[in-house]
Design a protein around this ligand. Structure first.
Ligand code: SGN
Ligand code: CA
Length: 542
């Protein structure tokens, strides 16, 4: 009797002294850099095959109206972490510093008992806060034999960046986290960022294919002076190439198209980059590219044929890098499946913004036009999201932070500007915003996309370009999805124009933006130019 009593007592003591298991969902947040939705096969553009990324949509949801608030790398990541617009979190462009001391959803989750890690590209200077483990690329990072800053200490890791990022992530999942706590893993790839260097095994993928131009590749930018003034043409003329500002501007012979000896003696950047490669890596590259480059030179292409060659070299290199991203997603999803983690893990795949794959003749992003404003979002969570769901609400990267807090049962801080889309993706509710607000600041800078802000509803878009221009644009996305026809001055749309102006003013007030704020950011930026912090723009004159 006495024994039974002691046994029961010991059992009860043990039971109550053990931590209760925290059953909140794990969060695997996968982000790539510059991954256009046109290059995720689940979106149906027939350019490439991404079976592993598509798996997320098949087992969960695909977002058809996912957008960013500011289509450029570091600002987008700051919005994602803080749930606040750029003009509130302070990281308005790639040049200003990010204040890591401010609150973020990672800090909130960590404080509430999550194990947290950040692996890959973040592009925000300073030691990341809110993570138990971090292994990040300094700045843009390198494709081959990259340096990583692991918990604050720099080390060079031999190999291909996408594969390394995947392996570091798997290593953390398998060996480095405390398995009794839910996890938050930010698994963030550098690819497919410029200059699109593929892994050795994909160097000849698509070699037997010719991609056609998108319908508006040879855009004349009529009625759109800001679009005419950019420097992000795939097939720029030699005159245009001679005057580009900043780090690279238009598509360049050596750097982007990888002709190792530049026919005009102006661009040896990629040839220099090859010096970073091991002899084996370099050999693989030269074996794959030398015959293609020689054939191109021998063909002496001109005009449209030359443009088609540049477009294909660009697009194929871009898509090749995505193949390795997709492989990595497959490996990590397999790990979740094989370890019984899939049921209780939220998986999100997204990009820091969209990207032009030849639309308007461009690569890069920045503009509020569709291809860069939109971003792919795919998400699964078997407990709440039905396989094969399609989400059409206007979701923004502003909404990730509050959504993750919602799933983790952490109260949303009152100053977060985004909204949780948990009930939208589970289809429990359809109450949602009917317009989104956008800002862009990094000008003058590489690619010369002018400062602008605007509003988009499900059908119309109103944009204001300002500073060294004062131009309004409006588009009817239903009848003009490629945004070729600026209807701002079309009398048939006067009433809609007035309504859109009202919506824009309301949103600026709601989020706390204004002309004075724009001016303040401009002055800060001009100060950075004068201090020589904006690469290649020192001699720029208004
Ligand atoms: C680099 C790129 C640009 C790109 C910016 C910002 N040139 O300067 O093409 O727009 O980064 O990209 S590169 O040839 O040096 O790669 S972002 O994704 O970091 O915002
Ligand atoms: Ca980016």
């Amino acid at each position: 009797m006495k024994n039974i009593f002691f046994l029961t007592l010991t059992f009860l003591l043990l039971f109550f002294s053990c931590d209760k298991i925290d059953e909140r969902p794990n969060i695997l947040f996968i982000m790539s850099d510059d991954h256009a939705y046109q290059a995720v096969s689940a979106y149906g553009y027939n350019l490439n095959n991404t079976p592993n990324i598509d798996r997320i949509a098949k087992e969960g949801a695909i977002f058809k109206n996912g957008f960013v608030t500011n289509s450029i790398c570091a600002p987008s990541r700051a919005v994602m972490l803080t749930g606040k617009h750029s003009f509130v979190n302070g990281k308005v462009d790639n040049i200003q510093d990010f204040n890591w001391d401010q609150d973020s959803f990672a800090k909130q989750l960590q404080a509430s008992g999550y194990q947290t890690a950040l692996i890959g590209k973040i592009h925000l200077r300073g030691l990341p806060q809110g993570f138990d483990y971090s292994a990040v690329l300094p700045g843009q990072g390198h494709y081959y034999n990259p340096d990583f800053i692991v918990n604050g200490v720099m080390e060079r890791i031999q190999g291909y960046v996408t594969t390394i990022t995947t392996h570091l992530s798997l290593d953390w999942l398998k060996n480095k986290r405390e398995k009794n706590k839910p996890f938050l893993l930010l698994y963030h790839q550098k690819a497919p960022h410029r200059n699109w260097q593929s892994e050795e095994k994909y160097l000849t993928l698509f070699d037997d294919k010719t991609f056609d131009f998108p319908s508006n590749f040879f855009d004349n930018y009529k009625g759109r002076p800001a679009a005419a003034a950019q420097e992000m043409m795939i097939a720029a003329s030699e005159e245009q190439l001679a005057v580009t500002h900043g780090q690279g501007g238009h598509g360049r012979w050596g750097h982007d198209f990888k002709l190792l000896t530049d026919p005009f003696g102006r661009d040896t950047r990629f040839a220099k980059e090859l010096e970073r490669f091991t002899p084996e890596q370099k050999e693989a590259w030269l074996n794959a590219y030398t015959p293609k480059n020689e054939a191109m030179r021998a063909a002496n292409l001109k005009g449209k044929d030359l443009a088609l060659w540049k477009f294909n070299r660009y697009l194929k290199d871009y898509l090749r890098t995505i193949q390795s991203v997709d492989d990595g997603v497959g490996e990590v999803l397999d790990y979740l499946d094989q370890n019984g983690l899939s049921e209780n893990t939220i998986v999100v795949y997204t990009s820091d913004q969209g990207f032009y794959l030849g639309e308007h003749g461009w690569f890069d992003k920045r503009f509020m036009y569709e291809e860069s404003l939109r971003t792919p979002i795919l998400m699964k969570y078997p407990k709440e999201i039905k396989p094969g769901s399609e989400i059409n609400e206007l979701i923004q990267n502003l909404d990730f932070a509050p959504t993750f807090l919602d799933y983790a049962n952490v109260e949303k801080p009152s100053d977060i500007q985004g909204e949780s889309f948990r009930k939208i993706v589970s289809k429990e509710s359809s109450e949602w915003r009917d317009a989104i607000y956008y800002t862009y600041y990094e000008y003058p800078s590489v690619h010369m996309v002018k400062r602008h802000y605007g509003v988009r509803t499900d059908r119309y878009k109103l944009i204001h370009f300002y500073y060294d221009i004062d131009k309004w644009e409006m588009y009817d996305l239903k009848n003009d999805p490629s945004e070729m026809n600026n209807i701002y001055d079309d009398p048939a749309f006067t009433e809609i124009k007035n309504q859109m102006h009202k919506r824009l003013s309301k949103l600026r007030i709601k989020y706390g933006d204004s002309d004075e704020m724009d001016k303040m950011h401009l002055d800060r930026y001009l100060g950075a130019i004068n201090a020589g912090k904006v690469w290649g723009i020192k001699e720029w004159k208004k």
